[in-house]
Design a protein around this ligand. Sequence first.
Ligand SMILES: [Ca+2]
Ligand SMILES: [Ca+2]
Length: 254
Amino acid sequence: MILFPRPLSAVLPPLRRSPAPVLTLAFCALAACAAKPPGDETYLVHRARGPIVADGLLDEASWSRAGRAGPLVRSMDGRPATAMTEARILWDDENLYVGFTSEDTNIATPFFKDDEQLYTSNVVEIFINPSGDLKRYAEIELNPANALFDATFTGRRQGMDLAWSSGARHGVHLDGTLNDARDVDRGWSAELAIPFATLPGMPRPRPQAGDEWRFNLYRLRQGPGQPGEGQAFRPPLIGDFHAVDRFGTFRFVE
Ligand SMILES: [Ca+2]
Ligand SMILES: [Ca+2]
């Protein structure tokens, strides 16, 4: 049987000439419809007020000063992701601190060594372009086994230096079990202290309040039992996390 759709005129009510639709449009323009797409807003990086131990537990009081970046959205279309991921960023005179909180019902990774291809499995990532030239950037990833991947580039996917070491201190905390699909996990958090001294293309030795950098945040959920999903702070809308022209912006503040 073929069902023919009714003509639109039979489905939609006739336009009313009352002021109600005009008011609705005005409200939309001022509020909901004025909301920026994910990652278009400038993220404010607040200064830490004390030491941060990069152990994966975001329990230092300073983390409560940090705004939430996210929840990350699907990288291809900017729509809500299948599992929540949020990030927070802080700074002090020496380091950029990045914390990720990831919901995950099956915490898993086959990688346990640094600089392996973590990006083929489950991982959280930050891309950092200190000068804003959209050329010299660092890619730093951490997986649930606390393995670190770090590399620098001199242009979009150009001049990759995997031998580079960020010198980042890092830790993860698992709320669940690693590589055991028999149970249901809750998630994991990751914490990184990334020294300014090692970052490529720094405009000055350390940032000052008011400086703006380009960056993006990502999460990959891949492999057995995973949805095959990329997530982003500012979604590149294509299958390439190195889309530097889609990097977001953060500003250092006190
Ligand atoms: Ca900590
Ligand atoms: Ca490396």
